[in-house]
Structures are given as C-alpha cells and as structure tokens.
Design a protein around this ligand. Structure first.
Ligand SMILES: NC(=O)c1ccc[n+]([C@@H]2O[C@H](COP(=O)([O-])OP(=O)(O)OC[C@H]3O[C@@H](n4cnc5c(N)ncnc54)[C@H](O)[C@@H]3O)[C@@H](O)[C@H]2O)c1
Length: 530
C-alpha cells in the first residue's frame, strides 16, 4: 500500500457572469497551474465558436464536442484549472466525470450582479432575448446540478478574495473517491473549518450543528467565522463521548431536526469526536432519507479514522455499532489546532491508531512518526497536520478501493480483532479505542512473526513506537475473558476468525486463519506484560 495522492484539477462552473474566466485566471496564476477554458478549447479543436456550433449543429452536437474536449483536459497529465462552459456541468456525463476527477467549484452571485456582468450578452447564444428571464430560466434548470459541486463560492467579492477563499477551502485536500457518490475532500490543517460554508450544498438554508458539550466553544466559533451568508445555524449540544451513540439520543436528534424544519436540501454539521460523528452521520443518513452532512472532527482518532469513509452508526444493547448506514459526508474538515484542548489520554489513543497506519502502509508516515512522535504528543500543530494528512491519504485510498467494506478495507483492522474483544471484555468506556488497538497490534504483530514471516525487526519497530506513545496501561483484563469475546466474534462470522497479519511492515495480508493455541499463547504473553 502506498497512500499516494495526486494533484486534482479544479473546475469552475456557474451561470453566465458568475466570473469563471476572471477567477480562473486568478486561481491559475496563484497556483502556478494552466488555465483551460472549455469554450476556447472547442474553438481551437474545431475551428468554430460554440455559438456557431450551437446555431448550425444544435445543442446535442455541441454537448458531444464539449464532453470529448473535457475528457482531454482532465487527462491528468498536468495540474489545471478548467473554466467550464455554460451548461456543461448540467449534462449528467460531464457532471459525473468532473465530480470524480476534479474539485468542482460552483460560482454564484445575485442575479443583479450577473446581469450587470453579462451586459448586452451579444455573444451568449443561450441568453438571447429577454436576458433577465433567460437567466432565471437557466438558474432554475441548473440549480440542482450546481448543488452537487464540491464547493460553492459567492463571487460578489473581488476575484482575489474569491480565489483565496477557494484555495483555502481546498488547501491540502485529500480526495475520497468512493465511486458510489461524488468524491469528497478531506481538508487538513489549521483553520480547515473556517471555510465551512463553501462546503455546504447550494440551496442550503439551514444548518444543524451537532456537537458534544466539550467542544461547544469551537462550534460557536465556527458560526462566527461562517456567518457571512443567509444560512441559519442551529446548534444542538449533546452529552460527551460514547453514551451519545444511542438509539434514544438519535431519535431525539431526528425530532429536533424536524422541529427546526430542516429540508432535503439543508445540511447537518457534526463537530466532535468519533462518537458524535458516528451518531450525527447516522441521523443525516436517515433524516429525509439522507441529507448532506459535513464532519468537523475534533479528536485525533476522528481525524485519522472515523470521519473518513462514511461508516455511521449507533450502539444497541446487544453490541456496539450494530445499527448503522454507509453515508458519505460532503467534506471532512480536520483542523489540527483544535486538538490543543484534547485530553492527553485521548491524543495518545489517536496516536495508537496512527501507529497502525504506519504498520500497514508504506511511505513517509513511519519516518514522520519515528522523528515527530514526541512533538505530536506535545500537540505541535505542524507535526500533527503532517501526520493526519498522511493517515487521511491512506484511509482515503483504502476506502476508495473498497467503499462498502467488501474486502480490502479489512486492512484497516490490523490489531482490531483483539482490540474489539478487549474493549468488550474490559467494559466499554474503560479503555480507549487506541489503548485496545495498541495491545491488539502487539498480539497481531507477534502472530505475524510466528506465522506470516514478519521480520522480528519490524515487530521491534512497532513495539518501540507503541512504547513511546504514552498510552495508559490496560486495567487487569483476564485473557480468558478476551478469548471468550473472540469466541463470540467467531460465531458472528460463521465459525472462523480471519486475521489481518503482516508479511512485513507496509504489507498487510488479509483473511489469515490462526490456530487457537497460538492466539491463546500470544494473548497471554502480551496481556501479562502490558
Ligand atoms: N465510523 C468509523 O469508521 C469509526 C472508526 C473508528 C472509531 N469509531 C468510533 O469512534 C468512537 C470513538 O471516537 P473518539 O475516540 O473520537 O472519542 P469520542 O468522540 O468519544 O471523544 C472522546 C472524548 O473527547 C472529548 N473531546 C472531543 N474532542 C475534544 C477536543 N477537541 N477537546 C477536548 N475534548 C474533546 C469528547 O467530548 C469525549 O469526552 C467510538 O464510538 C468508535 O466506535 C468509528
């Protein structure tokens, strides 16, 4: 596994007069990329202007030329800003291609501004006649398509300000491309959530901000920095931590969304750790049969893991995460500076999960962790941003290849077979997820040395990293209780547990059977010494 991420083109869409060319020039200059305008490309390729093709060959023929031109522009050979011609994004084929391969930025401004910019509109064939009426008609026809864009930005401000807003809203974004819905960005860095409004769907009037009470101050700050539009923010503060992931709390939240009269085009923003994200995401998946949601993760674990991949859910009496849905967010905005208030135990828990990524993937993460672990523990924002960015890339790559956990996504479960059993045996809430994962990794690592060829040096590297994280030791847990939980899990998967092991660092192997005796011996050895 590599965890690689490439530069993604930026495509500008919008009604006539929304400023695609002007902003395109600014953006391209600012990024040092090429600007390509689909209309000019068509002229270059065919020797005819779009107006001529439309007049002579009709709209269908024009759209075909436009689509093949777009395919060429998005071939991925160079970083490019694409200013898209009028109705291009309203065409389903072009829209799918753009949403999968580029960051699509929908530009908009009030009709009065657009009309002023359009002027006489002599060269705009789709706006001949009563310009205001034609513009209103175009807006009505294209509104739904524009709502699907990754970002929406009001261009009433100066083009320099708009370009900066777009750049900052996407700075360092990792794309999660699940194939089932449009790709979405994971934006990592200081101030990542300051451009929250750009990530809300066009047409969104109300936003329900769901947060847990320990991060309410952060949620309030988000309202303040994002209060430039007509969107109404409604906040709901819930109890902190795992208890919020209950059926009852979800029901109360859904009733509250209805009470706020949230509509199908409105959105929910989850500000919090994995508990809030899982529960609020589940509410977003079910309210009105699914509304848009954005995650602002506030724990390290949520930033590197739970917020990415669209797994949402709540706990039932019988088991954790038993009710849930796959529901991908529109964006994940991970502001590493909000970790400064996170208790040290929770930060260490997140680092446990980070260590897992360092064992399952190749690339820079192992070195980053080896050299930056102490700085990360002290909350150094630059180090944390780098680490979170790498983990997000790895998770995005895995999720992109296996959106619904059909196979490959299991690599993320290295160390988790035993971790889940420890969490259940110790009693939920007694140990943090990362503490349990670290012990699970020690077990899976030793089994990997014994039966999958993992070099001992790789296991020693893993153990040294885990030792340096500063995780709280487990409370006394009986190996027999953990084995009994593993037995339950075995029944749940039809009689045989399948392990994720490593043949070397960065090379996970799936679906491994491990003899019961080896599991017992290794577990006893690890639990006695941790
Ligand atoms: N959906 C997935 O793919 C996925 C993956 C891994 C884990 N999870 C789930 O995530 C949950 C655990 O998430 P978590 O570890 O983020 O814990 P959490 O959400 O329970 O938060 C832990 C504690 O930290 C507090 N907190 C959060 N952010 C803070 C901040 N910035 N400053 C101060 N305090 C803060 C919370 O109030 C809480 O008390 C579990 O329910 C687990 O099942 C889901």
């Amino acid at each position: 596994m590599t965890g690689a991420a490439g530069a993604r083109p930026i495509a500008l869409v919008g009604l006539p007069g929304s400023g695609k060319t002007t902003l395109g020039r600014r953006l391209a200059h600012r990024l040092g990329w090429e600007l390509r305008d689909t209309d000019l490309e068509i002229e270059r390729r065919t020797g005819r202007s779009p107006a001529q093709i439309l007049d002579v060959d009709g709209e269908d023929a024009f759209r075909r030329v436009e689509l093949s031109t777009l395919t060429e522009l998005l071939d991925g050979s160079r970083p490019v800003v694409v200013a898209c011609g009028g109705g291009l994004f309203a065409e389903p084929g072009a829209r799918r291609m753009l949403l999968e391969t580029a960051w699509v930025v929908a530009l908009d401004a009030p009709d009065s501004t657009l009309l002023e910019r359009i002027g006489a509109a002599a060269d705009r064939p789709l706006l001949r006649g009563d310009v205001a009426a034609r513009l209103a008609e175009l807006r009505r026809r294209r509104d739904r398509a524009h709502a699907e864009a990754h970002l929406r930005i009001d261009t009433a401000a100066t083009s320099a300000e708009v370009a900066e807003a777009a750049i900052r809203a996407l700075a360092g974004a990792v794309a999660v491309a699940t194939g089932t819905t449009s790709a979405y960005p994971v934006v990592v860095g200081e101030g990542a959530a300051d451009h929250l409004e750009a990530h809300l769907p066009a047409g969104c009037r109300r936003v329900a901000v769901v947060t847990d009470r320990s991060v309410e101050t952060l949620a309030r700050r988000l309202h303040q920095v994002n209060s430039g539009s007509n969107i109404v923010y409604c906040q709901k503060g819930l109890p902190a931590g795992e208890p919020v992931k209950s059926w009852a709390a979800t029901g109360r939240l859904l009733e509250r969304l209805a009470g706020l009269e949230l509509g199908r085009r409105d959105a929910l923003v989850a500000v919090g750790g994995g508990s809030i994200g899982d529960m609020a995401g589940f509410a977003a998946a079910t309210y009105c049969r699914g509304i848009a949601w954005v995650v602002v993760p506030t724990t390290l674990l949520a930033m590197v893991d739970s917020s990415i991949g669209g797994k949402t859910g709540v706990n039932l009496r019988a088991a954790k995460n038993l009710a849930g849905a796959f529901w991908q967010p529109r964006a994940v905005l991970a502001d590493s500076s909000v970790l400064d208030t996170l208790p040290a135990r929770e930060l260490a828990s997140g680092l446990g999960e980070v260590a897992k990524y360092a064992m399952i993937a190749e690339g820079e993460l192992p070195a980053l962790l080896e050299h930056g672990l102490e700085r990360a523990r002290q909350g150094d924002v630059r180090t944390l941003t780098a680490i979170i960015g790498r983990c997000a890339s790895i998770k995005a790559e895995v999720v992109g290849r296996d959106p619904r956990e059909g196979g490959l996504r299991a690599v993320l479960n290295y160390g988790h077979t035993v971790a889940h059993a420890i969490e259940a045996a110790a009693g939920y809430g007694t140990v943090t997820h990362g503490e349990a994962v670290a012990v699970g990794m020690r077990v899976a690592g030793r089994i990997s040395v014994a039966s999958a060829g993992l070099p001992r040096a790789d296991l020693e590297w893993q153990d040294r990293i885990l030792d340096r994280i500063g995780l709280q030791p487990l409370p006394p847990v009986e190996p027999a209780a953990v084995l009994s939980r593993l037995g339950h899990d075995k029944k749940a998967v039809g009689g045989e547990l399948r392990w994720v092991l490593l043949s070397r660092r960065g090379e996970p192997i799936l679906d491994q059977r491990v003899p019961d005796g080896l599991v017992r011996e290794t577990l006893e050895e690890v639990l006695l010494t941790s």
